[in-house]
Ligand binder design. Structure first.
Ligand SMILES: [Zn+2]
Length: 481
């Protein structure tokens, strides 16, 4: 067994000693896996910076070579003009009756603001139970946890329990702009019976998460107009409408006393309540994660689980306004005022539906009688609401019970993840298992990103068991489910 300092007992209770041996072997190689991860983290594969495109490519080539050495077949870079490469590989020797599992991850990373990091962001640094570096949890630890499981299967049995396809893209952090083109150009590389998309969060380091929803996102411009020119507030204040004040009134009217968006709000259903049961999203987690200052509390739950507010209800954020900024003060009523608002959509809500709800709220309110207009300036995409049902999810739960001692808990994401929405649209009839190695303290995209090493160990074990469980299930049972 492992000699790691991480005190996370993996119970590995599989009744089949052969499987338990593979999981134990994966765990015995844990330090080697961490060393490989530290190597990968040394590549500043920042996909939004042209200066780093070569780093993305170098890492893609390295991963291609490494998965070949692991035993996967046909490892290659998929290439398209004006796109960073996708690493693809497969192993299809489990035969036609075995299901094919597609594993997705991404090797590109977010940029870094070095001054806010305590350590070199491109050097894996171990501190306590965590490994710090940009990309540690998002998402290099994610797909590497699959590679480690695959390596253990090959070492122990010279084969895998099911067919596997691997897809590691290089543009996730810029919104996967070319992933659909890759799906169109290389359909066989994506041909599978079940997909494991490993770039999502666990609600805690003890409770594994299965992501089942995303919110959509639009931007709207709210504009108030009353005057042909700015006028003296001493001469006209109190007699004519003030567009700046009307804009503030309008924005305030869109939300309840807690500041939560009212138009488009979803009625709370039993399905919603049960969808977030077992999620350990408590005040302390919210307080720490959102950096609430002393004396400020999370918004009152109002009898609704906090996760529901975040994952299943729309919300609004003021992005910018044309209100006068400091240094530009004058005692005048400004002729117009406008605000750009970002609106998160409920997972099952279309941009059109939300815009119509906002329009009727704005149109029905005339503070001071100003002229008000509302425009949708951007629609970034709708949300995604998934019902995980069937034998693949039962198989996943069994794998997680063996490795984590806990079934996957259904969680949502308050933001939008383009690749998830894309997989949901293209492959929504397949079982999509969205897991990952992130936890609430990972600060993906922020400074001092880290991965919890206990989560990484359990993720590797979970993947060992998941391949076995899906293989045992067989392709026919998967498709029937
Ligand atoms: Zn990611």
């Amino acid at each position: 067994m492992s000699s790691t300092p991480n005190a996370y007992a993996l119970s590995m209770p599989d009744d089949d000693p052969r499987i338990a041996a593979v999981a134990a072997d994966a765990d015995a190689h844990f330090e080697d896996t961490v060393a490989t991860l530290v190597d990968y983290l040394g590549y500043p594969s920042i996909s939004c910076q042209p200066d780093n495109f070569d780093d993305v490519r170098r890492l893609a080539e390295r991963v291609r070579d490494d998965v070949t050495a692991l035993g996967l077949h046909n490892a290659r870079l998929l290439e398209l003009p004006d796109a960073l490469p996708v690493v693809a590989a497969e192993w299809l020797d489990a035969g036609p009756d075995a299901p094919t599992v597609l594993i997705y991850g991404h090797l590109d990373i977010q940029p870094v603001e070095r001054e806010n990091w305590h350590t070199d962001p491109h050097e894996g640094v171990r501190s306590g139970e965590r490994l710090f570096a940009r990309g540690a949890a998002d998402d290099m630890g994610g797909w590497l946890s699959h590679m480690a499981a695959i390596a253990a299967w090959f070492r122990g049995t010279d084969k895998l329990p099911c067919n596997v396809r691997l897809i590691v893209e290089g543009e996730e952090e810029i919104g996967s702009p070319n992933l659909e083109r890759f799906m169109d150009a290389f359909p066989v590389a994506f041909d599978a019976d079940v997909m494991v998309l490993t770039d999502c969060e666990n609600p805690s380091t003890d409770v594994p998460g299965l992501t089942v929803s995303l919110r959509g996102l639009i931007e709207v411009e709210l504009r108030c107009e009353a005057l042909g020119a700015d006028v003296h507030s001493g001469l006209w204040g109190g007699m004519v409408p003030d567009p700046a004040l009307a804009l503030c009134q309008h924005i305030a009217k869109l939300v309840d006393d807690d500041g939560r968006l009212v138009p488009g709000r979803r009625p709370i259903t039993d399905e919603m309540r049960s969808s977030t049961s077992g999620v350990p999203l408590d005040d302390e987690t919210i307080r720490g994660g959102a950096h609430l200052v002393e004396g400020v509390d999370p918004l009152p739950a109002r009898g609704v689980p906090p996760g529901l507010w975040l994952w299943r209800q729309p919300s609004v954020t003021v992005l910018s306004t044309t209100l006068p900024v400091p240094g530009r003060e004058k005692n005048a009523i400004r002729k117009t005022a406008s605000a750009l608002l970002s609106v998160r959509l409920a997972p099952d809500q279309s941009a059109e539906e939300m815009f119509a709800a906002l329009q009727s709220a704005v149109g029905g309110y005339k503070p001071g009688g100003v002229k008000t207009t509302l425009h949708m300036t951007k629609a970034f995409g709708s949300g995604w609401l998934y019902q995980p049902k069937g034998p693949a999810f039962d198989a996943a739960d069994r794998a997680y019970v063996k490795s984590w001692g806990h079934k996957l808990v259904r969680v949502g994401v308050g933001g939008s993840i383009p690749f998830v929405a894309l997989f949901g649209r293209r492959f929504g009839d397949l079982p999509l298992i969205l897991n990952g190695v992130l936890d609430p303290k990972s600060t993906a995209h922020g400074p001092n990103e880290s991965m919890h090493l206990g989560v990484f160990r359990k993720a590797i074990a979970a993947n060992v068991y998941l391949l076995d469980e899906l293989g045992r299930l067989g392709k026919a049972a998967l498709q029937a489910g």
